[in-house]
Design a protein around this ligand. Structure first.
Ligand SMILES: N=CN[C@@H](CCC(=O)O)C(=O)O
Ligand SMILES: [Zn+2]
Length: 420
């Protein structure tokens, strides 16, 4: 006897095993008139709606001909932070650049002050509320970074919040230590001393948190490629896999560096060089693109997803949810931006927020695909076909979300106005 059967699925999305590189991103296997069965935390069967009639289950869920996908994976977020930065919007409107706000002690540093002041329970409740909203938008697995502490106590506080949230089990969360996210004002002119301190924290983070990844913001006025290389090398020596905020604003060569160090992902890549993209394509490093950030910063040039895919690279998409450069937890909005601004196809986009996103955070064994025996992380979408999602943008199309077989969010019946 199954616990649950979801039947009358118009289109069941069954991404191939990844990482999907280049041309392989264009393939998105689907099954029409499908059904699936869940027992405990696992998918135990997939087949046709007709075949499902012969199976018995405690509960049956009628998908009414709509779309079911794997739970979405958001592989780059800054989920845990104190305060908010709505005051900076006026500065941005007046033309002040993101890095100039940071140079004046605002931006990331403003969030650092608020996060240092906040107590852990407050941060936990705030992050949990954001995580819940992400789940309501179809996300069942995500990555979350520290990086608003820049000191031992606060970085540990953020990572402790991430670990507690992960242990609560609503969502699976991969933790990343992003100590070198900005230079604290007291270290101005002594950037290498600060970096050394962050390197000294690596064994502490390894011992006291579940962080499997480190990350660094390699950018003009923040950390140079030489400093990023030093941090990545030290991180690997302490058993971390590395990630990098690379070539977001200026083309410093962070993409090439990511490849050189075998980074699990290189993120942003708006200013990646043609050579960097070629190297990426020949590597195992996932390109994590964040079009919501480009949109929010009001830039015209987006990461060149077309060139990356054509070259043969593997691409994933993420929100970059943070209080300054992309203030949204809505991964569906990012899927729309990927279509509208980066010309990614619907098939590429779905692969980028499921199977490829899971590879970007080392969660490919449990997340990003629907397989018999695999974890039952599922989303029922109130859309007539999968191409519809990036087309109708800015709204929540999720109707029901399951994590490990448990229904964790469902749209109230009164909220559902069918669109087809
Ligand atoms: N670019 C660096 N870090 C974040 C922004 C963090 C912030 O502005 O608070 C990003 O990925 O966009
Ligand atoms: Zn980021």
């Amino acid at each position: 006897m199954d616990d649950q059967i979801i039947e009358n699925i118009g289109c069941l999305l069954l991404p191939n095993a990844g990482p999907l590189k280049g041309e392989a991103m264009k393939e998105l296997p689907v099954r029409h008139q499908a059904a699936l069965a869940v027992k405990g935390e696992q998918v135990v069967w997939t087949g046709s709606t007709e075949e499902a009639q012969t199976r018995k289950a405690h509960q049956r869920f009628n998908a009414e001909g709509k779309v079911v996908s794997p739970g979405l994976v958001d592989p780059h977020t800054h989920l845990v932070f104190g305060g908010s930065r709505e005051e900076e919007l006026a500065l941005k409107q007046a033309g002040t650049a993101y890095l100039d706000i940071l140079k004046r002690g605002g931006g990331i540093l403003s969030t650092v002050r608020a996060t240092r002041q906040a107590d852990e329970q407050f941060l936990f409740e705030k992050a949990r509320s954001f995580a819940g909203r992400m789940a309501a938008y179809g996300v069942t697995t995500l990555e979350a970074k520290s990086g608003y502490g820049l000191d031992e106590e606060t970085e540990l506080k953020q990572l402790s919040v991430i670990d507690r949230l992960n242990n609560e089990g609503l969502l699976d969360i991969a933790a990343t230590f992003l100590g070198p996210h900005a230079i604290p004002p007291e270290f101005k002119g002594r950037e290498d001393v600060f970096l050394d301190q962050m390197i000294d924290l690596l064994p502490v983070m390894k011992g006291k948190t579940s962080a499997a990844f480190t990350d660094i913001f390699c950018e003009t006025g923040v950390f140079t490629t030489e400093q990023a290389a030093r941090f990545m090398e030290a991180s690997q020596r302490h058993g971390f896999q590395v990630k990098i905020h690379a070539d977001e604003i200026d083309p410093l060569g962070g993409t090439e560096l990511a490849v050189q160090y075998g980074a699990v992902s290189a993120d942003h890549l708006v200013a990646a060089s043609a050579e960097g993209i070629q190297q990426l394509a020949a590597s195992d490093t996932m390109a994590v693109l964040l079009p919501g950030t480009t949109f929010y910063l009001g830039k015209d040039t987006y990461a060149d997803a077309r060139r990356m895919i054509q070259a043969g690279a593997a691409v994933a998409l993420a929100t970059d949810f943070n209080p300054g450069s992309c203030v949204t937890h809505n991964l569906q909005m990012i899927m729309a931006l990927a279509a509208l601004k980066m010309k990614m196809t619907p098939e590429e986009i779905w692969n980028a927020v499921t199977v490829n996103a899971s590879h970007a955070i080392g969660m490919e064994k449990t997340a990003g695909r629907i397989t018999v025996g695999g974890q039952a992380d599922l989303v029922l979408w109130d859309i007539p076909n999968y191409k519809y999602l990036p087309y109708h943008y800015g709204v929540n199309h999720a109707r029901a979300v399951w994590k490990r077989g448990r229904l964790i969010w469902e749209r109230r019946e009164a909220d559902v106005f069918p669109i087809s």
